[in-house]
Design a protein around this ligand. Sequence first.
Ligand SMILES: N[C@@H](CCC(=O)N[C@@H](CS)C(=O)NCC(=O)O)C(=O)O
Length: 210
Amino acid sequence: MKLYGHPMSTCTRKVLTVLGEKGHKADFVLVDITKGEQKMPDHLARQPFGVVPALDDDGFVLFESRAMCRYLDETLSGPKLTPDNAKDRARMEQWISVEHSYFTPAAMKILYQTLFAQMFGRPGDEGLLKEGREALAKPADVLEKHFAGGSDWLVGNQFTIADICYLPYIEYLFAAGQGDLITDRKHLASWWNRASERKSWRVAALKEQA
Ligand SMILES: N[C@@H](CCC(=O)N[C@@H](CS)C(=O)NCC(=O)O)C(=O)O
């Protein structure tokens, strides 16, 4: 199995974390997004939108990181990252949808005006940063309320794909000096501490890739 990606890519890291949880490895093929390799014809044949990651499982080629996470969980041996019963599975999907629809767009808005602005050597726009922070407050409050109810993870006591989907964006919020959005919410912060200590995540995260 081959995973085409980049170690700094949030979406690649989700897939690496799932692989780590399952106790499997894929052959990692670097697509250097800093050099535009994701827009080259050979990669576009795997990922028509010209982004990373892409997965090739013995000729079965898949794009979209969340689809890869579900596919790998279902097909690989190892601990299950998806609940068995319908209600819990629906809850997992609910939290993945919250991540995709509300949390990540707001986080990316913040990151473009902070971390990524610094990387590209341009100043961040304070107004857009404020908008991003305001937008992130709502899903962060919803998560805080959920964890205040006593659950260790997003779906009761089972660590699932839903927990994994948030990790790369939160790691970058801290790297961007915006970690107060998490630490100001003590139950969300406790979950982050638990989740980010998992070996699978630590291996996938930037600091361990360097
Ligand atoms: N919906 C896609 C998003 C993939 C994505 O945005 N990848 C980023 C890195 S995390 C990328 O390749 N950026 C380079 C570019 O936009 O050219 C997925 O989940 O796989």
